[in-house]
Design a protein around this ligand. Sequence first.
Ligand code: C5P
Length: 223
Amino acid sequence: PAAVIVAIDGPSGTGKSSTSKAVAAQLGLRYLDTGAQYRAITWWMLNNGVDVSDPERIAAQADRPVIVSGTDPQAPAISVDGADAAGPIRTQEVTSAVSAVSAVPQVRARITELQRSIAAEARGGIVVEGRDIGTTVLPDADLKVFLTASPEARAARRSGELKGKDATGLAATQQALTERDKADSSRKTSPLKKADDAVEVDTTELTLEQVVECVVTLVEKAS
Ligand code: C5P
């Protein structure tokens, strides 16, 4: 097909974002970070005084924030109600609340619809990364990849990003990651799960360049 659609899912710290951006840039495709959209809606809830421990309150407000995603793999952008959200969505506060907000069915329905329309409009094709892209958002994707890595490798990568490389920092990061993945995998609506027809790539022993090369080869075979 002319417009290839690639779904990349997996838990946090497996290199999903770096891989997806690099694959899209290399192949001239658009790129969508769906985690950023869930973070953006979470940021809005926190800013607007919504009690994020109350799913009914979240559901009641789910349609209000206006979320706009840019799809340039070199400079992915996200805004909420016209305000640049790229920085604020990466705070610890948002990271701690995002799993609870993204478990609410009304939030997922809304964001899923947005993701499908962005993918449909991406003329030259798109790489979409997240947790439920291959299973729910784009079940007809041309290629589905599920990235995994050992818990140690994932925590080490995240800590490297956070520059907190001491043993305590590493243990705390690993704990927070494990909890978020447990919440994401066990929620009722559209949990983190490998699609039956996804190709699983274990990145534990691979460099970013090797993972990118592997996925690029898979895309070329699939398109
Ligand atoms: O990818 P990232 O770690 O930024 O995602 C943040 C959170 O957004 C995840 O922990 C998960 O709760 C939610 N998410 C989701 N479905 C997606 C992408 C992200 O529920 N497709």
